[in-house]
Design a protein around this ligand. Structure first.
Ligand SMILES: [Zn+2]
Length: 350
């Protein structure tokens, strides 16, 4: 059930242009040239003799050109003096390497996001490691799907980003950053990415929510071959309530979709959305199930080869939370493929 939210801005900036959402706060919108993804919102904050930029866009030539247009026409001749990244996904951090060089400024980011970005940018291989192939085989992908997976190469992250800066300024949960004489408090969320920073300015009544809270879609939360037993959905649901310290009348500036009012309703709706999916999945596991066979429980739309892998990451995130709660157990079949089945505890809960 979607929650009615209010979208008070009423217009959107064209590529290469900006809209002022509050005094000294500019909204920039950039394309994301990946099917299924539409645009990303980036924010310019007036900061004395320069500008602080929050998130940067994917590595992509037209995006660089849009930036040059904005620098030439919309910043009053002032430079970018600081880059803040909410998290390390390429649509957010992709141009940070180029921009920190172009302006001789620093990247401000949480430690785990920087570490992951550096690590992934160096972890580029012509073929996936066997541990990754084995991970998907245990989830029930057949040899034809695995052959296709092999053909995609490994380490797509590096392709989407300009070189991740080799030095950074760490930001931490609870820290207050002064930007243009106003305080922005860092609120860390987990689950979508390792240590995602939201920025809250009580004075301006604004929350830059990154991907942690989006108005129309729920952020992608996945389990990957690097850590098959991780529980990012548990982390996400545990960290969402931290945002309730932000007053409900705050204007939320999300990375995708339009600025909105109704933060607390949206936080509740995101929790309920996952609760419903967890319940459906636990019910589906009354019989032992292979992961690829439960994808239709969570995804009603047709999945192509690539989106089946993405869907498996998300489904496993739900399964791993059910395992952490003791509602589902993981057993290895004689064929080496994992089966997930509800425990007696799950029946007691139902
Ligand atoms: Zn993201």
């Amino acid at each position: 059930v979607s929650t009615p939210l209010d979208y008070p801005i009423g217009s959107r900036p064209e590529a290469g242009s900006t809209i002022e959402v509050k005094p000294g706060v500019l909204w920039v919108r950039m394309p994301i040239p990946i099917p299924g993804l539409d645009t990303i919102n980036l924010w310019l904050l007036a900061d004395g003799e320069g500008w602080t930029l929050v998130d940067t866009g994917l590595k992509h030539k037209p995006i660089k050109e849009h930036w040059e247009t904005i620098f030439a026409r919309h910043l009053g001749g002032k430079p970018v003096t600081r880059i803040v990244a909410t998290h390390m996904h390429p649509d957010h951090i992709g141009q940070a390497g180029w921009l920190t060089e172009r302006f001789g400024c620093r990247l401000w980011i949480t430690q785990r996001e920087w570490l992951f970005a550096r690590m992934l940018s160096l972890d580029s291989l012509p073929e996936p490691p066997e541990t990754a192939v084995a991970f998907y085989r245990r989830l029930g992908f057949d040899e034809a799907a695995l052959a296709e997976f092999r053909s995609w190469g490994y380490g797509n992250f590096a392709r989407g980003v300009t070189p991740i800066p080799t030095s950074f300024r760490r930001i931490r949960d609870g820290e207050e950053i002064a930007i243009g004489g106003r305080r922005w408090r860092v609120i860390v969320g987990e689950g979508h990415s390792p240590e995602h920073a939201c920025l809250h300015s009580p004075e301006l009544g604004l929350l830059i929510s990154g991907d942690q809270v989006l108005p129309k879609i729920s952020p992608h939360i996945g389990v990957y071959p690097s850590e098959p037993e991780m529980n990012p959905l548990g982390d996400y649901l545990a960290s969402l309530p931290r945002l309730k310290v932000v007053p409900d009348e705050t204007l939320v500036l999300p990375s995708h979709g339009d600025p909105f009012l109704g933060l607390h309703r949206r936080l509740d709706a995101l929790s309920h959305h996952h609760d419903a999916r967890l319940e459906a999945l636990a019910a589906a596991c009354a019989e032992p199930r292979v992961l690829v066979d439960v994808l239709p429980v969570l995804f009603k739309r047709e999945l192509n080869a690539r989106s089946r892998f993405m869907a498996a990451h998300e489904a496993l995130a739900h399964v791993n939370l059910l395992i952490a709660r003791g509602q589902v157990e993981r057993v290895t079949g004689a064929d080496g493929v994992l089966r997930f089945r509800a425990t007696s505890r799950s029946e007691a809960a139902a």
